[in-house]
Ligand binder design. Sequence first.
Ligand SMILES: NC(=O)C1=CN([C@@H]2O[C@H](COP(=O)(O)OP(=O)(O)OC[C@H]3O[C@@H](n4cnc5c(N)ncnc54)[C@H](OP(=O)(O)O)[C@@H]3O)[C@@H](O)[C@H]2O)C=CC1
Ligand SMILES: CC(=O)N[C@@H](CCC(=O)OP(=O)(O)O)C(=O)O
Length: 333
Amino acid sequence: MPCAVFGASGYSGVELIWLLHNHPDFDVRYSFSSSARTAEPVSQLYPQLTDRLDLILQPWHPDLLSELAGQVQVCFLALPHEISAELAPQLTAAGLTVFDLSGAFRLRDASIHQSAYGFALPLPDESIAYGLAEWTELSGTEALIAVPGCYPTAAALALLPVLPFISSTCTPVINAVSGVSGAGRKAAVHTSFCEVSLQAYGVGTHRHQPEIAQVLGRPVLFVPHLGNFKRGILETIYVELNDDVTAEQINTAFTDAYAHRPLIRMRACPPAISDVAGTPFCDIHWQRHGRQLVLCVAIDNLLKGAAAQAVQLANQYYGLPDTAGLNTIGGVI
Ligand SMILES: NC(=O)C1=CN([C@@H]2O[C@H](COP(=O)(O)OP(=O)(O)OC[C@H]3O[C@@H](n4cnc5c(N)ncnc54)[C@H](OP(=O)(O)O)[C@@H]3O)[C@@H](O)[C@H]2O)C=CC1
Ligand SMILES: CC(=O)N[C@@H](CCC(=O)OP(=O)(O)O)C(=O)O
């Protein structure tokens, strides 16, 4: 399957080209950076790929669109939200299937989208699939698949199986910590390594709060933190259960949801970030204390939270096993 990756010079983009390069069914024909760069080998930016990935990063220019449409069938976009919002409709109009890693197409409600992202929702709802891989059935005909956000992926995978058991008066509390790669490659003082400690940000106002609420169909309180490590997300989630919910019911709910899902691992003890960093897995552990349920969930933000979930969705889209091309451990950055 010939494909193109936009934003290939960035953190989630480089993970994408590495996964797709090693995938038995995809062939990366184009890897684009922004027009601010000149053409250069990807190993110039990521020396760890020297002699391992012989791809040229090509600056994107809109004049390339018709050539691209003749050469590939599918595009992966790892771009800033506003850039995806503008480019994705042009690619789908040219007949290309788009997997978009940005937040441009995730939210359904136009006013919530406007206040979360600061620009108008780009397309009508009907043309977009929200692709939480374990919970979305792709038909293989969708033009545009919005890959969920990194924090929402972890929260939704942990909470969806137990949703029927959560008390109607409870607001799930999602306490999350992310590594610095979550903020992307571009330089900024607050994500500069010596500046980062461990600190909450965007409390109750982060754009992922409405995304998580949309997936679950109920309000949540989401508290992200930035930690001084490279990659990975750990979320500890607190909910109150209905009366009389048994441990066996919870266990059965997770087994029913995930027993045949190879990228979800139910864990006997709380997962560590190092268990999932560099892997496409989502690790989940739960513990009940009376009516309180504590869920611990870990993913790699750049893989299950971005590039690997996009590849998993593309696998589903083209009728391949979820794990095709994802049997790797390591990650690029
Ligand atoms: N980092 C993460 O953990 C996750 C990120 N995402 C989403 O993925 C997307 C990319 O994020 P991330 O990889 O972190 O970002 P980076 O900042 O690391 O990379 C951004 C990429 O976009 C390119 N780009 C920027 N502006 C333009 C433009 N005008 N035209 C074409 N290309 C452009 C950059 O090119 P250049 O190098 O030339 O500037 C670079 O390749 C974002 O929407 C983000 O929200 C989703 C889940 C997790
Ligand atoms: C640590 C950090 O800064 N994380 C980013 C979220 C990661 C990301 O890129 O967001 P999407 O999943 O929506 O694409 C943030 O809080 O904005």
